[in-house]
Design a protein around this ligand. Structure first.
Ligand code: SF4
Length: 380
């Protein structure tokens, strides 16, 4: 019997069947033709795109048409701060967003909905989230966004600019539709029912077509945007959608900061990273003798998955690791030890970048070229 699964912007339960999600959400699969067209225009492809980790889209072909015709496009993504630090999976959409910015020289808008987790009752107070807001912003800047083409804004601060478009959006969305898309029920706070309007606002920031790189779990917001955008005389948003990075507890599970053993947090010290990876679910056999005789099963191994998503850029090396595992030449202890080294090296560098980002944070929020334009923005 097929495992039941449920994917919403707030949680993912069960073993996710991505083919089914494509059908249920009504998105399109990324075809090899579209991927190579993107690669041709960008002069290469990021491993996350090359390896089909981003696997579905809406209107990506139109974004590329706009680019080729000189009309351009813009990028929009976001991060809802919680009461714990970001983990490795949280940075995946930002890595790809930054890649798009670099290759296509376009503006990026990054929403920090510092009220979302509170309204969704995932945290008890707004104050609980506060210490993580700044750190999340620094973690995002640390990935290397262009300070003159990037605007990062938190909802509770930028609301005076967002409220006018938000009410225009909110009026166009009936409760019955929002309920069907998000599964709202009698326990849902009325704040969360209004909140999707705020998440849609940045899709209206420019007259160009917005492209949103995100996990497929975030698609429902933009399905609503696509319903109402033509009535506001705006572009329907395009999306490029990723699978979810596996948690360390098993294939097709989701990393969750509230279940620390599923994820590596960006502030985990080396010893904690080591413990988490050593305890990770693998495709290894019960004994070394068996592993050598039968080989491992990288297809279900979370360690191999992490290599393929973030910690091995070279396709040839990744393939070699796959076959070394399959043929029993590679043992899990050695394979995990190398992953631990790579994660710790990455985290050390990332934390250094985040520290340096503090000095220039004001450029992304207030003083950079795009930030200044946006503080003068008036929605018509
Ligand atoms: Fe996974 Fe590596 Fe063990 Fe193979 S050798 S099962 S890839 S941890």
């Amino acid at each position: 019997m097929q495992d039941r699964f449920n994917v919403t912007p707030w949680e993912a339960r069960g073993k996710i069947d991505y083919d089914k999600l494509i059908q249920e959400f009504g998105v399109e699969r990324l075809t090899p033709e579209l991927i190579s067209r993107m690669g041709r225009l960008a002069g290469g492809l990021h491993p996350l795109l090359r390896r089909n980790f981003f696997f579905a889209h809406r209107d990506l072909n139109l974004v590329l048409d706009d680019y080729e015709a000189g009309r351009g496009f813009f990028l929009y993504t976001g991060r809802a701060p919680s009461n714990s630090p970001m983990h490795i999976a949280h940075i995946v959409p930002f890595i790809v967003t930054k890649w798009f910015q670099e290759k296509f020289k376009v503006n990026v808008y990054i929403e920090i909905p510092d009220e979302e987790k509170f309204l969704a009752k995932k945290v008890e107070s707004l104050e609980e989230v506060e210490p993580y807001v700044k750190q999340d912003i620094l973690n995002i800047i640390a990935l290397g966004f262009d300070e003159d083409k990037t605007f990062i804004f938190r909802d509770t601060e930028y609301i005076s600019k967002m409220y006018r478009p938000a009410v225009k959006i909110a009026r166009l969305i009936n409760f019955s539709i929002a309920k069907a898309v998000f599964g709202f029920d009698g326990e849902t706070s009325i704040g969360l029912i209004f909140y999707p309007s705020l998440q849609i606002v940045p899709t209206l920031f420019e007259e160009k077509r917005p492209l949103i790189p995100c996990g497929i779990d975030q698609d429902p917001y933009f399905r609503l945007q696509r319903d109402i955008a033509p009535r506001l005389g705006k572009h329907k948003t395009a999306e490029i959608l990723s699978k979810l990075v596996w948690g360390l507890t098993g294939p097709e599970t989701k990393m969750s900061a509230s279940e620390p053993e599923t994820a590596v947090l960006l502030n985990d010290p080396p010893g904690i990273v080591k413990r988490k990876i050593m305890n990770a679910y693998t495709g290894g056999r019960a004994s070394i003798e068996e592993q050598k005789r039968l080989g491992g099963v990288p297809e279900v191994c979370t360690v191999f998955h992490w290599y393929s998503v973030l910690f091995e850029d070279d396709d040839k090396n990744l393939e070699e690791r796959f076959w070394a595992c399959k043929t029993g030449k590679l043992l899990c202890g050695e394979c995990k030890a190398e992953l631990i080294r790579r994660i710790n090296r990455f985290l050390e560098q990332h934390r250094e970048n985040a520290k340096k980002a503090e000095e220039k944070m004001h450029l992304y929020l207030y003083d950079g070229k795009l930030a200044q334009e946006m503080w003068n923005w008036n929605f018509k």
